[in-house]
Design a protein around this ligand. Structure first.
Ligand SMILES: Nc1ncnc2c1ncn2[C@@H]1O[C@H](COP(=O)(O)OP(=O)(O)OP(=O)(O)O)[C@@H](O)[C@H]1O
Ligand SMILES: [Mg+2]
Length: 346
């Protein structure tokens, strides 16, 4: 049995259906990332798991114990679940130490020792224990929020876009620290994020939501390469989506005859997807090479984004990323080589 087992979870707010029958399993000690467009129900899902709201229908089990069954729900404080929200929500009038040990009933020296240990775990100096939240940077505040959530030794950690207020470098660093701590402690984690790269890096299991439903879940690599539909494909990164004639393990499309990633498919007219990293600029024309034209280039530092259209079918436009040293300018005709296989939507 899975550590977290969510079955048929439903929740409406008046006429708004926030969760429309969610089934999700989370394995012990693993990391699940929930992604989806704004308003699809991600925060509602976490709030129901935490016990801040009761479902209208469905079940939530953690470690075999029923947390909620229909509208009967165990109160949040009995669930032993840690939660860190987007803005950390530290108590502004308490020190860092006060925040971390808030609610702990142990003797002061025990609390102090625990706070010091947690500061070390989240990579913060002990000397900050006496500061107030407004005397810390955004990244430091998020680490304190995590330390506070860890203080009660939760069996499950819920993270609702905890890194979104941080700039790119700090975000990656804070994510790594927090991820490492949770891994070391063996705490199962559910992370909500808007950041596709973050989702793909952090997750053991990726869960894609849309309109209150879970449209797909699986290993990040599988969901990225075999998305259930074009919307999921595009949500996880740039996708090139084309009509194609599918037969005998190949797709015939404007990019030529490309092998299918699922070869046993019956012949049909279908829609295929490939990722831009499968397309490279070829030195010269040859077998399997198609001609394109560079519409636009934009410099991004180490790489350059190139907007490309196909010669012969200008309705096909896609972006590829090339090293910025690539000597190609807008308007130029180029040869393109396609590698790997293509995915067919079911
Ligand atoms: N307390 C509430 N009262 C009324 N409607 C609510 C309430 N909480 C959430 N909703 C609605 O439920 C839907 C799902 O909201 P939710 O906060 O779960 O979305 P989300 O996926 O977390 O979005 P975001 O990415 O913007 O944070 C939205 O349409 C939202 O307006
Ligand atoms: Mg939200």
């Amino acid at each position: 049995m899975s550590f977290v087992d969510i079955q048929g979870l439903r929740k409406s707010f008046g006429p708004v259906v926030a969760l429309d029958g969610i089934d999700l399993m989370v394995e012990r000690g693993s990391r699940t990332v929930v992604v989806g467009p704004s308003g699809c129900g991600k925060t509602t899902l976490l709030r129901l798991i935490a016990g801040f709201e009761a479902p209208d229908a469905g079940r939530i089990l953690i470690g075999g114990d029923t947390m909620a069954e229909g509208m009967a729900a165990m109160p949040a404080y009995k669930r032993n679940i840690g939660i860190v929200a987007q803005d950390g929500c530290l108590f502004p009038h308490l020190t860092v130490a006060g925040n971390i040990v808030f609610g702990m009933t142990d003797e002061p020296p025990v609390k102090r020792a625990r706070a010091e240990k947690l500061m070390e775990m989240v990579g913060l100096e002990r000397s900050m224990l006496g500061r107030r939240p407004d005397e810390l940077s955004g990244g430091q505040q998020q680490r304190v929020a995590l330390a506070r959530a860890l203080a009660r030794k939760p069996r499950l950690m819920l993270l609702d876009e905890p890194f979104s207020a941080l700039d790119t470098g700090l975000r990656a660093q804070t994510r790594k620290t927090i991820g490492d701590v949770l891994r070391q402690e063996g705490i199962a984690t559910l992370l909500v994020t808007h950041d596709q790269a973050e989702a793909l890096t952090f997750a053991d299991q990726l869960a894609v939501m849309r309109g209150g439903r879970l449209v797909q879940s699986g290993r990040p690599r599988d969901v990225y390469s075999h998305p259930v539909d074009p919307a999921t494909a595009s949500f996880l990164g740039e996708a090139i989506i084309l009509p194609a004639k599918v037969a005998d393990g190949y797709a015939e499309c404007v990019l030529g005859r490309l092998p299918l990633s699922e070869p046993g498919m019956s012949a049909r007219q279908g829609t295929i997807m490939l990722r831009p990293e499968q397309i490279t600029i070829a030195g010269e024309d040859g077998e399997g090479v198609v001609r394109g034209r560079v519409v636009e280039t934009s410099f991004c530092g180490s790489t350059c984004d190139m907007r490309i259209t196909l010669r012969g079918d200008e309705s096909v436009v896609f972006n590829i990323e090339v090293p910025s040293s690539t000597d190609v300018i807008a308007g130029q005709e180029i040869a393109l080589r396609i590698s790997g296989s293509v995915h067919v939507f079911g």
